[in-house]
Design a protein around this ligand. Structure first.
Ligand SMILES: Nc1ncnc2c1ncn2[C@@H]1O[C@H](COP(=O)(O)OP(=O)(O)OP(=O)(O)O)[C@@H](O)[C@H]1O
Ligand SMILES: [Mg+2]
Length: 251
């Protein structure tokens, strides 16, 4: 079956001191196997809440979703363990699951090579650049061999050049690993560059404003960003985000 995730009328409310706050209201969408979906929308529209629901960290208040596979989450802050090196930060999750050490070593070798971290396996977090830390963060998720990778603004702390390099890395890993990526970002350009489909959320409460298919062929490289069709797509998404009823904090 091609549909990996099916979300039906999902709503989520946080309990607050004065009652409850509806962060997501009546979201319905599907995500296919090996699809790259970017979720974009203004700050506070419920992107992290949605990802946390899909990861099973929050239980929807209403509605349901069906998810056929294992998920792994890549958070915005790498939060690496400072006393562990690159290799053992990546293997930590499997160690606590008591996976066979030989199997761990085999998977770690593959991940280090995929992420171009083999030469840095014994470096400690304080010796790494921001981009490298984020690659280790990605490695911790990939080593669990999930079907679905949930990424919450993983590149937002990087400088523009490193961010662009990491976008290419993410695309390379996506093309290689044949997994399903759900990637939250604030940047329209980044979303279009990475995704097969955009889910555009609006705010108060968080609802789907529009879903847009992105058809640029893969593999993609940075020249795509200068393509007229790419720039027209950026304008279209920007218009949706800033159109009447959208939030003023839009990117
Ligand atoms: N624990 C909580 N209790 C109450 N309200 C919360 C809680 N966590 C988040 N919210 C509210 O829910 C809404 C959605 O938050 P969420 O973090 O999902 O937004 P977001 O789209 O990820 O924002 P950003 O782009 O800034 O990361 C916001 O209005 C936020 O204030
Ligand atoms: Mg968020």
């Amino acid at each position: 079956m091609n549909t990996l995730i099916q979300v039906k009328h999902l709503s989520f409310s946080y309990l607050t001191r004065t009652g409850s706050f509806t962060a997501l209201k009546d979201l319905s969408f599907e995500i296919n196997k090996t699809e790259f979906v970017c979720i974009i929308g203004p700050s506070g529209c419920g992107k992290t809440t949605l990802l946390n629901c899909l990861a099973g960290l929050l239980k929807p208040t209403q509605g349901e979703f069906y998810l056929n596979g294992q998920t792994a989450v890549v958070f915005q802050d790498p939060l690496l363990l400072p006393w562990r090196n690159v290799l053992t930060n990546i293997t930590y999750g499997l160690e606590i699951q008591k996976i066979d050490p030989q199997e761990i070593a085999k998977r770690a070798k593959k991940i280090l090579s995929t992420l171009k971290l083999a030469d840095f396996a014994h470096f400690y977090p304080h010796q790494l650049s921001g981009g490298m830390k984020q690659r280790v963060n990605l490695g911790r998720a990939l080593i669990c061999n999930p079907d679905i990778l949930l990424l919450d603004e993983p590149l937002s702390h990087l400088d523009p050049q490193t961010r662009e390099q990491m976008q290419l890395e993410i695309l390379r890993i996506f093309d290689k690993e044949k997994k399903t990526f759900i990637f939250v970002t604030h940047l329209i350009e980044e979303a279009i560059f990475l995704a097969d489909r955009l889910i555009i959320l609006g705010k108060s409460p968080g609802t789907i404003r529009e879903v847009i298919k992105i058809n640029f062929k893969r593999p993609r490289d940075l020249t795509l960003k200068h393509n007229r069709k790419f720039q027209n797509m950026e304008k279209l998404v920007n218009d949706i985000l800033t159109s009447e009823g959208a939030d003023e904090e839009n990117p």
